[in-house]
Design a protein around this ligand. Structure first.
Ligand code: GLY
Ligand code: MN
Ligand code: MN
Length: 434
């Protein structure tokens, strides 16, 4: 991981400024057991990492705002015995120096120190309701401080969700973040290209998944940002399909929704292509509609437009396309009004993208869709999923298509981070022919 302590300490300073007064407590994620003595691969909490750059488990950040600002890390102590078995631990002393905290203490001292730090603070900020164990722990500590009222120590009487402040900060990506996201996107585009080259009838979905993971990992992106969806034929009509264990069939499409995580940032790409390298006429008809919907949505992704502008632009193209394919009846206005398109397109056209694949940040402000601004990054991912039914042309049965790119809003318009993953019909067929 790339550690630039200045970036994280600037973020802490901004959060402290927004808090104005009080204490914030931001824990990292817990380790989670998979079975027996085995744990799931550890992943830090995104907001904790955003503020610290510290990736070890069992760590908590405390920030004290006001005149005597402090950033304090609690982390695991050095432990030569455990380090022989489980690997390196930074320890409080080195963490303080390397990461630029004002102080760092062993995690075992957390309760005692937090109770001290909470004393006489007017407000407590933390991720309220995110984890009931933390709710209980912090309320218990606050109760301990309250019990000292007779010695003149006050407990925080305001409790705020720190995410209200933090999520808004995370929504706007700085240059450093965009650079990582560009690289994550580039690795994922290479993985999709590799999948297109490897796919052929008779292979299984998991063999293609293996190619994706291979490409991620060999470029230093050790984990996917979310479970890869490798869905052949009818499986593509299951939006969150992760079985990935069916054989690929000649004449079917293959939908792959996969992106790597790099240095804590996600990429999220979907491509859909024919298993045998050639789109059938019916597949191409549907594909071109989804592709045109995506182009319209990307064109609407520019500063000043609202969050829903890309979705609305995609919907109009899809509605017309569904009418042309005889999936929907009536005018575009009627299809949009009645929402009859939802039978074939039931999700929205995108989501914020960042440290979390479905990243944080409000989509509405004061009940209105928010305006797009430079630094916002999101996906544009229209699709079409056609299940067999008597009133649906049979040639279209089981066609599932989604095309997803990652888009950053710039001062002039947008930058498509994932542009190198082929999506034009001719481009895909050429790559697969080679
Ligand atoms: N891969 C998750 C999504 O597209 O939202
Ligand atoms: Mn997505
Ligand atoms: Mn996706």
């Amino acid at each position: 991981m790339t550690i630039d302590p200045a970036i994280h300490s600037q973020r802490r300073a901004r959060l402290l400024e927004k808090m104005r007064r009080g204490i914030a407590v931001v824990p990292t994620a817990p380790e989670v057991a998979r079975n027996g003595d085995t744990h799931y691969g550890y992943r830090h909490d995104s907001s904790f990492y955003y503020l610290t750059g510290f990736a070890e488990p069992e760590a908590v950040l405390a920030l004290v705002a006001g005149d005597k600002q402090q950033a304090i890390l609690f982390c695991r102590e050095k432990n030569p015995e455990r380090e022989i078995w489980d690997g390196f631990r930074t320890g409080p002393d080195a963490a303080k120096e390397q990461y630029g905290f004002d102080a760092a203490y062993p995690i075992a001292q957390l309760d005692e120190k937090l109770a001290e730090l909470m004393g006489n603070q007017p407000a407590l900020f933390y991720p309220v309701g995110h984890d009931t164990a933390w709710d209980q722990r912090l309320l218990r500590l606050r109760g301990e401080v309250q019990a000292k009222a007779r010695s003149g120590i006050r407990a925080p009487n305001e409790i705020h969700d720190v995410r209200t402040l933090l999520n808004e900060m995370r929504l706007f990506k700085g240059e450093h973040e965009l650079a990582i996201m560009r690289r994550a996107a580039e690795i994922s585009t290479q993985a999709h290209r590799r999948a297109m080259r490897f796919a052929r009838p008779g292979q299984s979905e998991y063999q293609i998944e293996a190619e994706l993971l291979h490409e991620f990992c060999r470029h230093g992106a050790r984990h996917p940002a979310y479970p890869s969806i490798v869905a052949g034929g009818a499986n593509a009509c299951v939006l969150h399909y992760v079985g990935n264990d069916a054989a690929l069939r000649d004449g079917d499409l293959l939908l792959i929704d996969a992106g790597c995580e790099l240095d804590g940032y996600a990429s999220d790409i979907t491509r859909t292509f024919p298993v045998n390298g050639r789109f059938s006429a019916a597949q191409k008809d549907v594909y071109e509609i989804v592709l045109a919907a995506q182009a319209a949505a990307i064109a609407a992704a520019r500063p000043g437009n609202t969050w829903d502008a890309p979705h609305d632009a995609a919907l109009r193209v899809l509605a017309q396309g569904f009418i042309d394919l005889e999936l929907c009846r009536g005018s575009v206005e009627a299809v949009l009004e009645s929402e009859s398109y939802k039978r074939f397109y039931m999700h929205r056209t995108g989501h914020w993208l960042g440290m979390d694949v479905h990243d944080v940040g409000d989509y509405k402000v004061d009940d209105h869709w928010r305006k797009l601004q430079p630094g916002m990054v999101f996906t544009v991912e229209p699709g079409c999923y056609i299940r067999p039914a008597d009133d649906v042309p049979q040639a279209l049965w089981n066609i599932g298509i989604r095309i997803e790119d990652d888009v950053a809003i710039t001062a002039q318009g947008n930058e498509v981070l994932t542009v190198a993953a082929p999506k034009a019909v001719a481009e895909i067929e050429e790559l697969m022919r080679d």
